[in-house]
Design a protein around this ligand. Structure first.
Ligand SMILES: [Zn+2]
Length: 382
């Protein structure tokens, strides 16, 4: 992914028009719509022109400062930007990024070069390696993490504007975020489509899973073309909604929470510079990320995160796993018990669904010991 020409194209940006849904969404929720619109315009112009006052919103550049800001009630449009790091505790392998050991294991597929497996032109001619890899990496269980449920809590409390995810594992949806809450920037396994432009028939995750685990290459039952999961391959455009929503969402954002991503893939990474200059930005990650050197700023990547300099005034880095960071923040917000309850309740539900599915799979056949593969849920202290 070192060569930017291999990244998903972004030309679509100019072609798309803003979604009309945005207007209706706002008029219904704001009593002080006039103020909000003025804020929006001010932020839009200041971020477009690189101007604007850099107001200090947090009383302290710490997780406590962020928690006090959220609890102040002034924070109503939180955007979460998330990456593979939020799903690692769910046992989901990082499907595409180099450096995860994945590319090292690709020799057996005889690829001309490792990235070919996610290249759309190669896939159309040789789909077998991709589906073999998908079978190998298919998660045994789709169980969202504490971090996913923390975002669901933000939604339930009415302060989540949107979650922008780079992940294709669908765990945000399993946790209860809906299509409108989500921008799946790199696509999703949740749906699949026939690759034929004249057909484009849609297929479900269940359908795709069955094909992946049979030895068949998924073919459209209407036109016999290939069927591909809706993940964004190299050489494909990002979903149009990524660009339309981005333009509406980021100028309105009043707290950006970046979790589990090292902010290295464009155009996703540059989103952090699209919020207003006063908008606090919290990073929860195993290492600091998003700090761009001034030269990069000149090339249009925007200014990066600043956690440590004398001029730092709005960026907070909390170095931990995403789950630990979300628990710590929930604790400071007074939400910890509620979050733990939610996780426990939802995980129990998923476990019992899995058990039911396995039971029906084994019906008629000899019951296999493999049905006990799901580890028992750790009991939360009461
Ligand atoms: Zn078709």
């Amino acid at each position: 992914m070192s060569d930017s020409s291999e990244l998903p194209k972004s030309e679509k940006e100019e072609e798309v028009t803003p979604e009309p849904e945005e207007q209706s969404d706002d008029s219904s929720e704001d009593e002080a719509a006039g103020d909000t619109d003025m804020d929006f315009l001010r932020n839009l112009f200041s971020s477009a022109l690189g101007l604007g006052s850099a107001e200090k919103v947090l009383d302290e550049l710490t997780l406590d400062g962020v928690a006090r800001y959220i609890n102040s009630g002034k924070c109503k449009n939180i955007i979460c930007m998330v990456g593979a790091g939020i799903s690692t505790s769910a046992g989901i392998p990082d499907f595409r990024s180099p450096g995860t050991g994945l590319y090292a294991n690709l020799q057996k597929y005889n690829l001309p070069y490792p990235e070919a497996i996610f290249q759309i032109d190669y896939f159309k001619k040789h789909p077998e390696p991709f589906f073999a890899l998908a079978r190998e990496l298919y998660p045994g269980q789709f169980k969202p993490t504490i971090c996913h449920y923390f975002m669901k809590m933000l939604k339930d409390k009415g302060i989540l504007r949107r979650c922008y995810t780079q992940n294709i594992d669908t765990l945000e949806r399993v946790a209860g975020l809906e299509g409108d809450d989500l921008i799946e920037a790199h696509g999703t396994f949740y749906t699949s489509h026939c690759v034929s432009f004249c057909c484009r028939k849609e297929y479900s995750l269940e359908w795709m899973k069955e094909k992946i685990f049979s030895d068949d290459i998924p073919k459209c039952d209407k036109c016999s073309s290939l069927v591909k999961p809706d993940i964004v391959f190299f050489g494909e455009n990002l979903p149009a909604r990524f660009f339309t929503s981005m333009k509406m969402d980021f100028p309105r954002c009043d707290l950006l929470i970046v979790m589990g991503t090292s902010l290295q893939v464009q155009p996703f990474a540059s989103l952090v510079s699209r919020v207003s200059k006063s908008c606090p930005r919290l990073l929860i990650n195993m290492e600091k990320a998003g700090q761009v050197n001034p030269m990069m700023g000149l090339f249009g990547f925007g200014e990066g995160m600043d956690f440590d300099s004398d001029k730092a005034y709005r960026d907070v880095a909390h170095i931990s796993t995403c789950d630990d960071g979300c628990l710590a923040l929930a604790d400071l917000l007074g939400w910890k018990e509620e979050l733990e309850e939610l996780v426990k309740k939802e995980h129990t539900k998923i476990d019992s669904q899995d058990a039911k599915e396995k039971a029906s799979e084994n019906k008629g056949a000899t019951a296999k010991a493999s049905s006990a593969s799901a580890p028992p849920e750790p009991k939360a202290e009461e």
